[in-house]
Design a protein around this ligand. Sequence first.
Ligand SMILES: *Cc1c(COP(=O)(O)O)cnc(C)c1O
Length: 427
Amino acid sequence: MDHFSYKNGELYAEGVPVRDIIDAVGTPFYCYSTATIQRHYKVFADSLEGLDTLVCYAMKANGNLAVLKTLGDMGAGADVVSSGEMDRALAAGIPADRIVFSGVGKTAEELSAAVDAGIMQINVESEPELEALSAIASAKDRHVTVSIRVNPDVDAKTHEKITTGKSENKFGIDIGRAREVFSHAASLPGISPVGIAMHIGSQLRDLKPFREAYENGVTLVEQLRSDGHTIDRIDLGGGLGIPYFEDEGESPPPSPEEYGTMVKAVVGNLGCKVMLEPGRVIMGNAGILVSKVVYVKQGPSRRFIILDAAMNDLIRPSFYNAHHAIMPVAEPAVDAAYEEADVVGPICESGDTFAKQRPMPPLNDGDAIAFKSAGAYGAVMSSFYNARPLVPEVLVTGDKFAVVRRRIEVSDMMAFESMPDWLEGSG
Ligand SMILES: *Cc1c(COP(=O)(O)O)cnc(C)c1O
């Protein structure tokens, strides 16, 4: 459920007409709903009621400081995958003791920064990383808490670019070798292995792979305990999917309630603190990307709706063949005649296409539309390609809105560049 809906014939974000934001900031822009973020967090956290849990929001889905603060204020921790994300989480007021650091290629500088910050846990994904972290922590005379990320070799049955729990994927330590690696970890100075972690992929639409991976995790925890280790944490990662095709009658992925019930059934009696790293399920439907039609162009065989947003602003359709529902900002008439169109951006690549042969209501130059479900893996994946400004991000609460990242202009971009001395004054 989200808070983007029609009232009096036009699209609102909570109590704010989207039209008002368009007038204030121009298009394109991302718009997030506080009530939706809060609701998603609460539904997710409530589904685990009764378990000792920490929900560490996977901020790679959307790392805007205002989004982080909104979630941090509700008690969320953060799952970070770079020291840059760690810095952002700390800057947004998420305390170090609620931060988990994941990732397969943490550099020595990043590990060192994480040790200095005293974060809750580092999820170690390989033996070389274990050695590096041990050396860094010992040199600082520190002791860091780690979990070993295992790869449970489960097929998450999701898009190939976002499946992470198969043995051929780069993530984690093969679960078959986990006991050996854990014993080695326990013998190293500077680190205390206290748990295991896993994350099998993103946009999962079925509980089965989760259940299978978590059951493998439970078995491993029992084995590690029988090896004499104290295991008091299990980190189950993120990955729960969201409905993207609701407008086309797609059956929804499992609800957070169903997911929580399964989690409780599988790990409820393990006596571990249960950590979760949801990203998309918190933010995906809490954001829209608003854009305007530049031209409607009739080709020989197709109609093109050309927008002022492009693949650099929202890359999911070109990168993952992702589907985003499109809502005109002015509500279409009940008897509007829908006609198929390709909805595209202005970039000179055929991949700059948001939707192909999508039934669309009548739209004219200057009309505004919103891509739904754009709150996760949207703004964070945007780029300056084609010297296009980075679009602003707006946060709404009730009948108020605020720009939480201003448009990053071409002049801002150029300010980072400089001429080498041999070109200065040439030509
Ligand atoms: C990406 C990622 C997540 C979040 O995945 P979602 O599908 O957005 O929930 C959680 N944990 C790790 C380690 C990740 O890499």
